[in-house]
Design a protein around this ligand. Structure first.
Ligand code: HEM
Length: 139
């Protein structure tokens, strides 16, 4: 690592514990708040694996350990399997906005930038279900 490089956002927000807290808060909201019922219903009954996956993804995305990125398909390809409507993308973005906002000690510049980037990414995944199993190839 270049000794002169500025600390990554991952380091600046507090590393693994804070990233894990964001991912856990995100899935807690999906489980507890009826506003996210449609999004929750698309996920498996056991949210343990995705809590772990989102923690690793966000950590790497913020400049921390890149294990998630080294293991396989990119996040956009992975989501082509799910029928993502604008409503679902908005639910995802809102839950992530709240999960980030709930980290009271987080650097506010990074929190704002992350909120915005995650919202763009979620909306970039909208596919109206055209790639979902059973969807019409002609649609
Ligand atoms: C920035 C946007 C998003 C990010 C960063 C993200 C991240 C993730 C990650 C890391 C996983 C676990 C994958 C793994 O580690 O193997 C996952 C799974 C999943 N995501 Fe997303 N996601 C995003 C948006 C969305 C949206 C908009 C939807 C709406 C439908 C969605 C639905 C799902 C579903 C259904 C799963 C699989 C869950 C399961 O198998 O239980 N995601 N996502």
């Amino acid at each position: 690592m270049n000794a002169a490089a500025p600390p990554s956002p991952y380091v600046r927000i507090g590393g693994a514990p804070v990233v894990r807290a964001i991912a856990n808060r995100f899935y807690d909201l999906l489980e507890q708040d009826a506003a996210y019922a449609e999004l929750r219903a698309l996920h498996a009954a056991d949210l343990g694996p995705v809590r772990h996956g989102l923690t690793l993804f966000l950590g790497g995305w913020l400049g921390g350990p890149r294990d998630w990125f080294e293991r396989g398909p990119c996040i956009m390809s992975l989501h082509r399997a799910f029928p993502i409507t604008p409503q679902l993308a908005d639910q995802w973005a809102l839950a992530m906005t709240c999960a980030i906002a709930d980290q009271e000690d987080m650097d506010s510049d990074i929190a704002d930038a992350m909120t915005q980037a995650m919202g763009h990414m979620a909306r970039g995944m909208i596919n109206f279900g055209l790639d979902a199993p059973g969807a019409s190839a002609a649609a």
